[in-house]
Design a protein around this ligand. Structure first.
Ligand code: BT5
Length: 262
């Protein structure tokens, strides 16, 4: 894949600048640096291979050349969107979920709050949105997305906090990675038109895994159990405890697990 070829494939989406690299430590890290040059909205950075891809809390994200889709999209949130900035993870997750649906309609595609996309109950994609600030002004947002396409995209099981899968597990041969990228970007741009309205939130909620089920929410060493009863308009997870108390967890560095998996 060449940069011009990729830009041509994505031509109809009216993106900003498209940059393609054979190898980068992390597309998010490079996109955050790029933000200081104020690239156009929807400028895109794609890497064939990431050597230091990361998730939340500096956890590592495994990607392999030829098998993984790794990219970061530059977004300039409007003032209304800035009020719900963490919900961009939800927007990205829904865009990925809809894309996975269109490539393999047989297995369920769900979103594991806050930032994972599950295919048939296993993690197929991870999302990391990182904001850049200048004093208290938002300079821009980097929406980083990794999708497991081919079998080599999967990390060793010992590195996993949650079971993983790839599109090739459902569909052999897997779809062309750049076609998946096109679908995700098209969905993201389309969904942004209804972001963050109640219509958007209802589409997101309808995809949430483990809703109305017993779950554990982990925040560092602190674990809280309860029923995942829903989400608030800002994306907070609502957890109903046995005592009747309802707790709200903000979208961010917390993790959700079904209770019986602990
Ligand atoms: C994420 O973090 O899932 C967000 C991953 C975002 C990756 C993209 S790729 C493009 C852009 N550039 C970057 O550097 N990052 C973004 P988190 O929820 O913290 O989950 C991380 C955990 O997922 C790890 O600790 C592993 O257990 C697991 N994991 C790592 N690689 C995986 C993979 N390929 N498939 C499934 N699970 C994986």
């Amino acid at each position: 894949m060449q940069q011009e070829e990729l830009a041509h494939l994505l031509d109809d989406l009216l993106l900003g600048e498209v940059r393609f690299f054979c190898e980068l430590p992390s597309t998010n890290t490079s996109a955050l640096e790029w933000l200081s040059k104020k690239p156009m909205e929807y400028s895109l950075l794609v890497a064939e291979q990431q050597t230091a891809g990361h998730g939340r809390l500096q956890r590592s994200w495994h990607a392999a050349a030829g098998a993984s889709l790794s990219f970061s999209l530059i977004v300039y949130p409007t003032p209304i969107e800035q009020a719900v900035l963490p919900l961009f993870s939800a927007l990205a997750a829904l865009a990925v979920a809809q894309a996975l649906d269109s490539f393999q309609p047989t297995k369920a595609v769900q979103i594991k709050w806050p930032n994972d996309v599950l295919l048939d109950g296993r993690k197929c994609s991870g999302i990391l949105c990182e904001a850049a600030w200048q004093a208290d002004r938002l300079a821009g947002l980097v929406v980083g997305i990794g999708v497991n396409i081919g079998k080599h995209s999967l990390p060793p099981a010992s590195d996993l906090l949650f079971p993983a899968t790839c599109l090739q597990d459902m569909l052999d041969p897997p779809p062309e990675r750049w076609e998946v990228l096109h679908h995700i970007l098209r969905n993201f741009i389309g969904l942004r038109e209804i972001f963050p309205t109640p219509l958007f939130l209802s589409q997101w909620q309808a995809r949430l895994a483990f809703l109305h089920q017993a779950v554990t929410i982990s925040n560092g060493d602190q674990k809280t159990e309860g029923i995942f009863s829903g989400t608030a308009p800002n994306g907070d997870l609502l957890l109903q405890q046995k005592s009747g108390r309802q707790l709200a967890f903000p979208l961010g560095d917390v993790s959700l697990r079904p209770l019986d998996s602990d």
